[in-house]
Structure formats: structure tokens, C-alpha cells
Design a protein around this ligand. Structure first.
Ligand SMILES: Cc1cc2nc3c(=O)[nH]c(=O)nc-3n(C[C@H](O)[C@H](O)[C@H](O)COP(=O)(O)OP(=O)(O)OC[C@H]3O[C@@H](n4cnc5c(N)ncnc54)[C@H](O)[C@@H]3O)c2cc1C
Length: 412
């Protein structure tokens, strides 16, 4: 949006609680030591350096005062003529506080680094313990949610087991390491085609991942995962990717807010219901239509396309001309399971395997911001591919489960 509004008659102020843009699709590689965090993040101030009349403030927005046209943040108040809410989404634990306290989430870079530290700390502890049950618990991993994030993480963990952990920990019986992917529905990747979901399942089976379908996780007390069946899991690590909800901000409610999804209801011009000068785009926005009764998928493409169109529409609004309605151009979706393994759904077909993996890599590489990030990620991928290695397996910032609850929160 900022790019489209540069050199136009609008002053733009970007507020974000982080000073960087992060590329979420590659977070699972940070969590499993394949990439360094810095290579999937980019400073916002650098993006807007050459944009005249565009400002950035590091601020956590707490409230919107729609009557007074003000936003209230931890650095003070700001007046707006037009407000664009693009706060994205956060993990949804469906109200289960115990799962929220004990499970790991992966929506931010700090959370990905927590997962990386925890995996490695578990292995270091497993080497030390004499208690076999404790050891198994430490090297047993449960991933809840069989969407793209759970699938990609499961595949990466399985490759880490095969290529790294068995070499790094020769004194452990690595065959005891379990990767359990738990999905409440009857297939993984259920937003993709059945063909892709079946192919992903086969890839994961071959990598040794145990897939549990039609099982709903009810609780996790830090040791035991209970489910709605008689299946239980004893594990030190649960990674929760089973739900997302909009990162809504207080101040907008009633008809404008879809309570259970925490997303703002918007019209085809991205205007929040009942507020002509407030817009919402991306994950936080629910633009309902006959084709998309629940709004567009919470994915990068709708967010990017809505942002581009909204920049044009705001200028039209200022000029007093007609705004253009949003039409989603679905370019397809994809997921990777590991080395030479990916699935791709296009509007007119599906494919999987090595070619799909190259397509996945290309699309993700060109989507990264910054030449250096692209080059570093490409170099890392080539190195990891040739050497069967992931040198990011470092405990830079130790993760302390009990006393570190602040870092498990989505506020980080
Ligand atoms: C692990 C993972 C993997 C994914 N993989 C894919 C994929 O392969 N393909 C795909 O299409 N999509 C993928 N997605 C989804 C995709 O990343 C999102 O749909 C997309 O980033 C949404 O863009 P957005 O601008 O709405 O929100 P975001 O990109 O999440 O940006 C929201 C911004 O708002 C800031 N913010 C939030 N609340 C506040 C506040 N109160 N005050 C100040 N700042 C605030 C945040 O710091 C953040 O910078 C993935 C998501 C995750 C978590």
C-alpha cells in the first residue's frame, strides 16, 4: 500500500509493534535451524526510506476511537483522516488457557526462535536423563493442526531427525523420536485439493511422520496431550497450529466485528461496516461474498491484492471519484514437505514432487523483501541441499518453559 501511495497527495504513517516486516511462510525453517531469523525479516524504515511523506513509528496500537478519529497506542495518540487496519492474525487456542500456557505457537519470529531453542534443549536434556520415559517424552513431538504450517513443520522436523539429530546425538536412540501430526478433520491440507492432500500425506508417511486424523486435542498440561479419543501423547513439546483469529483492536465492535473470528466485516471496497473512513485488509478483514461466505483465505495473496487496490481507492476517494470493488484473483496455493517434495494447486490443475518443489522455492524466493535476504536464503538452501545440513541449530536465546510465559504470547 505504502509503495502505491508514494509520491501521491497523501501523508502516510505506518505504526507497527515490530520495526520489521517478516515473511511468515519461511518461519518453519527458522524454527528448525534451516535459516537465520534475519534472512526472513526486513526493516520497515528501510522499505520506506525513499517514500516522501511516509513515516514509521514503533508503536503497539491499543485502541481506536472512531468518534474522535484517534488511535491510542503505547507511544501516545494519533489523529487520522483515513485509517487502514492491517494487523493480521494471531493464534487461536479456542479459549483453552492450559493449551495456550503449555503449547508453542509459531506466528512471530521470537516464537519460531523459541521452538528452535526448545527442540535443541530437549535433545540436550534427553542425553542427560537416565529415565527412559522422560527421555521419550523429550524427543516426542506433537504438532496440532494439519494445515500448511503443521505439514511444513512436520516435514522439516522429520528431515532434521534423519539428517542432523542422529549425527549430532549418537548416544541417543533416534528411532525413538516421534513426530505426531494431529488433525481434527479427515485429511491434512484440507483447504487444498484432495490430490495434493493425499500426496502430502504419502510424503510425510515416507519421512516417518505419524498422522492422526479425526482426532481433536482437548488439553495439554505440559506433559500429556488428551484427545477426544482414547489416544494420549506423552510429550514435552506441543506446537499448536490448529487455529487463527484476527488480531483485532478494541474500539470497533457491534456489526463491524465478527466476534468469534475477531475479524472486521468489510465491504467490497475494504471499508469496515459502519465506518466510511476506516478500512481493513489482509487477515484481519472478512469480505463476505457468495463465492467466499467466510471471507478470503487468510493468506498472503488476498492481503497483497487488497493493499494494492486500497491505495488506488483511497486516492479516488480523496479525488471524489468512484472506488473500484475488490475481486480476488486466486493464483493457487502450495506447501512443501521437504527436499524434492511439494504440492501445488493451481486454478486449473495440481502437481506434486520435484518440479512442484522448485516452483515452491522460486515463488518464496521472489516474495522475500530485499536482495540480500533473497541471496542469503538461496545460498542457505543450496548449502543445506548439498551438505544435508542446517547450521542454524543454535540455542542463542534459551527458552525456559515455565518462567518464560511472556515469550509464548502473541504480543511478542
Ligand atoms: C507460519 C506461517 C506460515 C504461512 N505460510 C503462508 C504461505 O505459505 N502462503 C501464504 O499465502 N500465506 C501464508 N501465511 C499467511 C500469511 O503470512 C498471512 O496471510 C499474511 O501475512 C497476512 O498479511 P497481513 O498484512 O494481513 O498481516 P501480517 O503480515 O501478519 O502483518 C500484521 C502486522 O501488524 C502488526 N500488528 C499487529 N497488531 C498490532 C498492533 N496492535 N499494533 C501495532 N502493530 C500491530 C504486526 O506486528 C505485523 O507486522 C503463513 C502464516 C504463518 C503464521
Amino acid at each position: 500500500m505504502a509503495e502505491k501511495l508514494r509520491n501521491k497527495r497523501a501523508q502516510l504513517v505506518i505504526l507497527d509493534k515490530h520495526n520489521y516486516h517478516n515473511f511468515q511462510p519461511l518461519m518453519y525453517q527458522v524454527a528448525t535451524g534451516g535459516l537465520e531469523a534475519g534472512s526472513i525479516a526486513y526493516p520497515i524504515r528501510k522499505i520506506i526510506q525513499d517514500y516522501p511523506d511516509c513515516y514509521f513509528r514503533l508503536a503497539h496500537v491499543k485502541e481506536i476511537d472512531t468518534k474522535g478519529k484517534r488511535i491510542i497506542s503505547d507511544i501516545g495518540e494519533l489523529h487520522y483522516d483515513y485509517l487502514v487496519i492491517a494487523t493480521g492474525s494471531k493464534t487461536n487456542y479456542f479459549g483453552n488457557k492450559e493449551i495456550q500456557r503449555n503449547a508453542m505457537a509459531m506466528k512471530t519470529i521470537p516464537q519460531s526462535l523459541n521452538i528452535r531453542s526448545l527442540i535443541l534443549e530437549n535433545f540436550e536434556q534427553a542425553v542427560l536423563t537416565e529415565d527412559a520415559a522422560e527421555r521419550n517424552c523429550l524427543i516426542n513431538f506433537c504438532l496440532v493442526g494439519g494445515g500448511p504450517t503443521g505439514v511444513e513443520l512436520a516435514g522439516a522436523l522429520a528431515e532434521m531427525k534423519k539428517e542432523i539429530l542422529q549425527k549430532d546425538y549418537p548416544d541417543l536412540d533416534i528411532t525413538k523420536m516421534e513426530i505426531n501430526l494431529i488433525q481434527s478433520g479427515d485429511r491434512i491440507l484440507n483447504t487444498m485439493s484432495e490430490k495434493s492432500s493425499k500426496a502430502a500425506e504419502d510424503f510425510l508417511h515416507n519421512l516417518g511422520v505419524k498422522i492422526w486424523k479425526n482426532i481433536r486435542v482437548l488439553n495439554y498440561d505440559g506433559r500429556t496431550v488428551t484427545t477426544n479419543s482414547d489416544v494420549l501423547f506423552e510429550t514435552s513439546t506441543v506446537i499448536w497450529t490448529a487455529g487463527v483469529q484476527g488480531a483485532s483492536i478494541s474500539g470497533i465492535k457491534g456489526d463491524s466485528l465478527i466476534e468469534n473470528a475477531h475479524r472486521y466485516r468489510v465491504n467490497e471496497f475494504s471499508q469496515v461496516a459502519g465506518h466510511d473512513n476506516i478500512f481493513a485488509i489482509g487477515d484481519i478483514a472478512q469480505m463476505e461474498s457468495s463465492e467466499n461466505p467466510q471471507g478470503h483465505p487468510m493468506m498472503a495473496q488476498p492481503a497483497l491484492q487488497q493493499g494494492r487496490l486500497l491505495a488506488k481507492n483511497i486516492l479516488k476517494l480523496i479525488e471524489g471519484t468512484m472506488m473500484e470493488p475488490f475481486e480476488y484473483n486466486d493464483k493457487g496455493s502450495m506447501a512443501t514437505i521437504g527436499r524434492n517434495k511439494a504440492v501445488v494447486d493451481l486454478p486449473r490443475g495440481h502437481f506434486h514432487g520435484v518440479f512442484a518443489w522448485f516452483v515452491w522455492m522460486f515463488v518464496h524466493l521472489i516474495s522475500l523483501i530485499g536482495f540480500k535476504n533473497k541471496a542469503v536464503v538461496l545460498m542457505n538452501w543450496i548449502y543445506n541441499y548439498i551438505r544435508f545440513d542446517r547450521e542454524g541449530r543454535l540455542i542463542i536465546r534459551p527458552y525456559k518453559k515455565k518462567s518464560f510465559t511472556a515469550f509464548t504470547s502473541d504480543e511478542v
